[in-house]
Design a protein around this ligand. Sequence first.
Ligand SMILES: [Zn+2]
Length: 703
Amino acid sequence: MKLETIEDLSFADLICPFCHGELSSHERALTCRSCRKEYPVVDGIPSFGQKDEYWCNVRRETMQELNNRARESGDWLKAARELIPQYVEHIEPFDRADAQYLWPVNGESRVLDAGSMWGGLAIPAAQHCGEVFAVDKTIETLAFLKIRAKQMGFRNVHIVASPVQRLPFPDGYFDLVVLSGVLEWVAFDQDVVLEIHWGKRRQDSAVYSKDPRQVQVEVLREIQRVLKRGGHLYLAIENSIGYPYLAGVPDEHMNIMYVSFLPRFLANTITRWKLNCEYRTYTYSSRGYRSLLRDGGFTDMEYYGAFSHYIQPSMIIPADLIRHWKEVAIPVHNARWYQKLAVKMFPAGLLKYSSPSFIIMAKAPGGDEPKEARIVQVLRKAGLLDGSAPSDIKVVKSGGRAGSYHAANFLIYENNDTRPACFCKVCRNNRYADILENEAKNLKTVNRLLMDTELSACIPRLLYSGNIDNISILVTQYLEGAPSKFNLNTGFTTKNLRKLDSSIQSAIRFLATFQRYTQVSEVEATPHLLSVIESQRETLNEQERLTEEVDSRIGDLVQAIEKLDGLRIPVCAVHGDYDLCNLLFSGDRVSIVDFEHFESEGLPFFDLANLIFNPIILSYTNMKTSDSLLGTIARSNLENYIGRWLALYQRLSGLPAQLLELIGPLSVMEQNTKAYPYYREPRTYPMWGETMLNELLAQRIEL
Ligand SMILES: [Zn+2]
């Protein structure tokens, strides 16, 4: 194809989706040399749809307005925040593409994101793949994606409007095709504006002639055609018999209970009656997908369970490891007793058939060389998987805070072990690679400080950090242990407090030892703390947060500090986020992870205060009581517990009681005036904010 009007050279390979003939390009259109069909080029997007179709969460007019603003302002994100703030979390963060590290692709691969919408997958994938083609039938969302890719500087994202049933690409063109949340919709031909239609009666009607499964098979065959021999389909989709749907959670497509697994004629009767539309958004069980994919021409399939949903999975687990993950995969914090009982009774072995969603890696025939997940390729290059055959390695995506700043976490299993060989953090967005680099630097320091001590096994040992193939990773040894059993959602019941007590006692023992091993010097308490408080007071003043009340409480604190005359405080390492959520418990043993905020020299009370107050404040917030925090502490048994914890710490650390009595005010001042790195939102720290500043400044514990 000769290119005159399209600036994008990557379109040179496009073909006629109907007869697969060559295309010639002229003013604002492409014409098939064989069948003479003409395809318009709209805003630089070649458009192969045979009719005007629309599928989006928001109305067409909103999308058009969004595109105009994004184009004119040069800031797509700002435009999205103004016009569709409720979907920014849907569009912007790279965490929705964490599964890309499981794709068997490399830096040269050509990937097709079929049904790309706003580019939630296409954009993050463009960081690590050679070329990404984004295809959708809705021109407005594609126009948005085109603006977004351009403004973000991705020149390897190519945008084409086309239904997935007939693709304008030659045979064997792609290494990987992504179908995420798309296959279930392909047989549904009517326009969808999700926020209008979801679960409501439709005014329009449509006559369908083809069975939905048949349409899905045809789409799979078309995808197989454009895949290279041995190329892969990445299919992310709901499980029709996933446990949420069995338990009555409405199906995601029609917003009606049970339809996903009812006999199709019955589901159809229900949607016709309730929504005035046919039931065509078929999803299947694992067996159903197997047979569907076989009919679509795929041979080998690898199954993963995605929890709690494939759109933003916190866990992606290979099918044969799922049974070991039951407790993590089905969270029951907020469940009622009978739900907890049902989960307890549920056989772990069945969980692989009933995960809420599936991620399926299906291989097209041919290409005998085994292809490994991207992350496995990277770890091999780092020299960490020497000697393991591809079939012996399994990867679990496990947690990682949401958002682009934070890393995605993976566990690597070798030799069919049920215990991970190592733990791996992958930087989601390369613009923020400095965050991982900083953590690696901290880990090196703390590894060195605790070398040859009994604590060395309780912190992650750094195995590798660096950038391989444009992917920034940090790999540590895996640490055994379970999170604290304290439940942040059930308040301060006797039983719950006992769990908190056990966790905090173990963590205090660890902390005292950690501080002893890392102590570098001592300072004189009064002059040091007075100068610290004075500069913190100044910071609050500059930020216009120094209210009269806060100022007068700082005055009280200063008086108390003056009375510490002659006392000395050790200077030692500070973890910086010594919170229950970063601690792992196994018997009496405590392990600690996440050294993002580590400092090798600081005062010992900040970690202690985080440990004690964070869970209390979080539970208190969840209780939504009108009582103050200090009131709640005084009226529950907590006051005694806090006293006992401080006494334990005092005994172990030798720190003077007069100083420990002040840890609430001292640490709340520190939390509220710290310089935070750009990637951490201070508001996410429990002790941060006006209310806690007022409350904890007044807090005193008599020891
Ligand atoms: Zn043609």
